[in-house]
Design a protein around this ligand. Structure first.
Ligand SMILES: Cc1cc2nc3c(=O)[nH]c(=O)nc-3n(C[C@H](O)[C@H](O)[C@H](O)COP(=O)(O)O)c2cc1C
Length: 201
């Protein structure tokens, strides 16, 4: 039995098209692997505080004392232990919503999700072999002339290297707010791609 961690950063909740895209993937995944456990972490429901000075100080003190099992590190420990990870977040301001950034700051803990070896080289400690990022975008950012401005998927792909997750995958629908695009058709197409992806994920 595998454990899939689903991190939901779809701020608009039931109105979120990203969440609908993720649901298409997860529904098919659950059908195909009934024995697997899907753990959902809803970032809008159980909220994390940004690492303000006092929170960072508390974290540093716990870390220095080697107390890595404290609740402060629950998200990092859960992330490190998951067999597979799916993150769903809309494209906001060329990246993703701040609630996901705050979550990632909590996940990035030396000694839990990554470490440094004796030579000072960084190495990942996460068990997951793959991470799927699901996103929807108002505009088109996969075209070569605009792709450099897309900083959400790139950020997560880079973090996968830090965490030691070798296989980064991306499922997206874009141009959903562009008057030249049939957003409904684009989303339906992406949902179908998501179902196909779920067969082998
Ligand atoms: C706060 C905010 C920021 C956004 N920033 C961008 C952006 O930089 N580029 C873009 O193409 N679309 C942007 N959008 C549009 C969303 O990417 C698009 O509507 C997406 O499908 C929303 O996903 P959702 O339905 O899951 O909330 C933004 C939307 C919001 C609400």
């Amino acid at each position: 039995m595998s454990e899939l961690l689903y991190v939901d950063a779809c701020v608009r909740g039931e109105r979120s098209r990203t969440r609908r895209l993720a649901a298409a993937f997860l529904e098919r995944y659950a059908q195909r692997r009934p024995g697997d456990r899907i753990r959902r972490r809803d970032l809008a429901a159980r909220r994390l505080q940004p690492q303000y000075p006092e929170i960072l100080a508390q974290r540093d003190a716990l870390w220095a004392a080697g107390r890595l099992s404290e609740p402060m590190f629950d998200d990092a420990n859960q992330f490190a232990r998951a067999d597979k990870i799916v993150i769903a977040a809309p494209f906001w301001d060329l990246s993703f919503p701040a609630i996901l950034r705050i979550y990632l700051e909590r996940v990035s803990v030396v000694g839990i999700t990554f470490a440094y070896d004796g030579e000072g080289e960084q190495r990942g400690l996460c068990r997951a072999e793959k991470l799927l990022f699901i996103t929807t975008r108002g505009g088109n950012f996969s075209a070569p002339e605009k792709s450099w401005m897309e900083l959400g998927a790139k950020h997560l792909e880079a973090l996968c290297t830090v965490y030691g997750i070798p296989d980064f995958q991306l499922l997206y629908a874009e141009g959903l707010d562009d008057v030249r695009t049939d957003g409904g058709a684009v989303l339906a197409n992406a949902m179908e791609r998501g179902r196909t992806l779920a067969e082998s994920f």
